[in-house]
Unconditional design. Sequence first.
Length: 412
Amino acid sequence: MEAVTRTGTMLAPKISPVRMAFLILTCGLIMVLEGFDIQALGIAAPILMPLLKLDPVQSGQVFSAAQAGVVLGALLGGVLSDLWGRRNVLLMAVLVFGAFNLSTVFAHDFTTLLWARALTGFGLGAAMPNVIGLAVEYASPKNRVKAVTAIMAGMPVGGASAALFARLYFKDLGWQSLFYIGGIIPIVLTLLILFLPNAKTVREADSGPKTGLLSALFGGGRAPSTLLLWVVFFLTSSVLYMILNWLPSLMTQRGMDVQVGQMASLVFNLVSIAGTLIMGAIIDRFGYKWAMPVAYMGFLAGMCGMAFTGTAEPLMISVGITGFFLLGAQYSLNGVSPMYYPKSARGLGTGTAIAFGRVGSITGPLMAGYILKTGIGPLHGPGGVAMAMIPLIVVAGLAVTLLTASARILED
């Protein structure tokens, strides 16, 4: 049985270390599958898109359709989690994600692929605020960021697994194998989700007037932190999904073979695992006020290397630096952001931040597709895509500096 203690209008749950480890493992596996899926589409794209006769703009639209689904899923999943419980919504989300990911195998033209990826994204989006919410609700205050980053580290593990699988088996098993794996395993994983605790808001009968959505997000002096969170999530995700979706193609369009592009994806994901875990430990130990801005400085340095170098070894080093700081910063922010909101609105606050981030993940791949096809002013080709990311990182770094310097974390 879970032990719970009443704090205001909430029941603050506590679980044993064993159950907490099970929670982190199960939620981490869900993130592994999300990372696998995101990277799978990018790896399959050089073969799948020509097979379906899609041009770069249509390809960008397919990438972005998945993220449009994630936006809607994150918003709805965040709201429902505060009402129905995080475990219940997570279970439904993973079933949707698995079923429509599997349907990608049967896509035969632009429209069917677009819908398959959009509905897969919807399931992924609904899952995200719930895995974060479960970690924040049940982890002890001194371990919250570590718990969230440990779970979110599953995404680059999944991306690296997809890249490694493609390198070893892609030629023999074909692109469809990536989506068979990404569709069947989530459905099996729902058996573990059934054993997770079901955190949700429990209101007292005399708790007074209900808090509206706008008040939850902007009331109590939270407007600056909410707006800055949205800016940071939007810009960071724009760059992240440019890289995740287009990195193999960008490498091949610079004259390198497909295996070099796959290796770049593997390097990006493997190094970002270390960045995610190390950043989470640093923030829990020393605080987030200086660590987050420093991470964005490292992120900027890595991207400059990707923009201004053209040979394999310097590019691989730059890809690794970018992955370390980009994912370390992004996933640590996932751990910190729920704490800007009261418990009764953490699902909503986390879901809206993720949704704004995924709006950026829609515009990012679209921007990359247009630069590759037509260019934007002096920006054209793979180098132009990398250069277009630099001002986005600068603005995101400024916003996160303002956020960490001025916004107020709510303690339990």
